[in-house]
Write a protein that binds this ligand. Sequence first.
Ligand SMILES: [Cu+2]
Length: 179
Amino acid sequence: MVPKQFLALMAFGLLALMFLPAASAANEVLEFTAKEANSGCAAGKTFCFATTATEVDAGETYTFKIINPSTNGNPHNLCIKVDSATAKCAPGPTEANLSDPGQSGTVDVLIPAGAKSVTYYCNPHNAVGMNGALTVQAAMSPPPSPPPSPPSGGKGSPGVGLVSIAIGVGLLAVALRRK
Ligand SMILES: [Cu+2]
């Protein structure tokens, strides 16, 4: 008979395990600062994003953050498009939501394994240069399994199996003869 106290303790332990935080690291935050006319955008771009982000790893989730210091009073947003999927935008939830001057916003985006391209843009100012692309690093794949090693008398080799059968048959024969 199991004591009720023990059962209660077990139940409590299981519940505690269920509520433990998942052991996952926080997303890496990639920052994109809106830059406007005459504030250092590359030639051909009226507006642009300043960012140190250049690449993402497939299989990872990133927090994309727009920072809008806006010297000219323009609202902006930051949309992330992975392949042909619908873009996810900060401050979201749609491309029409904008970050007013002085504000910022984030959106978490999973870059799925097998993703080919990741581009970013400000929806109202995509046409005037507020966009760019990130290089996608392929997901880490497990190393190719080594070819099976030739049997060397180790566990599971056919030789050992045959020897075992032979010994078994021999023992059985001896046992039967003694009857
Ligand atoms: Cu913009």
